[in-house]
Design a protein around this ligand. Sequence first.
Ligand code: G1P
Length: 289
Amino acid sequence: MSKGKIRIAVFPVAGRGTRFFPVTKVSPKEMLPIVDKPLIQYAVEEAIAAGAKKLIFITGNSQDVLKSHFENNLELEKALIQSGKESLLSLVKEIIPSDIKCVYINQKKPLGLGHAVLCAQEAVGNEPFFVHLADDLISGDVPCLVQMRSHFEMHKVSIVGVEHIDLSESEKYGIVGTEKNNGVLQVTKIIEKPLPKDAPSNLAVVGRYILKPEIFSKLAKTSKGVGNEIQLTDGISSLIQEQPVHALPFDGIRYDCGSKLGYLRATIEYGIKHPDVGSRLSEYIQRLK
Ligand code: G1P
């Protein structure tokens, strides 16, 4: 392993996406487009920007479509060349740069996020790694995982990306209790989806993590929690008994693309910034008002 660098990113993509039925009945929610790219492509681009070289996808029924999206399609490329549409080639070719390795692991049963991460143990080995939940789309000048990697390079501890939420929404998130220690937030408590009255704060974990490999032995011993699933939050709760874990509030805007409203907000805001359609979309929205 190159010293201190994080080379591996894990993408749990086996969720059923029930909040988007029927569109996600067949197509995984990570393939939902924001303008012209699926959510998982934004996720992969963010991880690669942060230095990931090996991408591990923990898949359910989604494996084939995800794999096909990222693999080269020689037939399609040939057809584009033959019909003189070379300009489109770069959009479908090398979505993932050639020095990046992809691994697909099937999570046979939907046993939860903690179990999904545990499925990556062998492929990760004994290194720190990113975990990225693609339905939390985050825009900003510096990609969220890049901000977290910089923090990791300084402190060498596991990190959860957090943001302040309205306490009434605590049942949607892992919520942390923290203590300020030399200017950084050390996690003292982490609870999965607590009632507002039981939440240790209004700081919620969003779908970005840097985890040290010791998390695996914790997850292996974690029993089912909220929703009768093995929760990553509960694994992290055991980890903080042994080593520091930091919470990092990041700069950027998060869109909860696992919800219809968050997804539509992201579509509109990314649409307005898109070079092909941005100005016409803005005009259109002005006219609707
Ligand atoms: C998962 C995690 C939760 C975290 C959230 C972020 O929940 O279990 O701790 O706060 O992602 O989006 P899910 O949204 O899969 O229910």
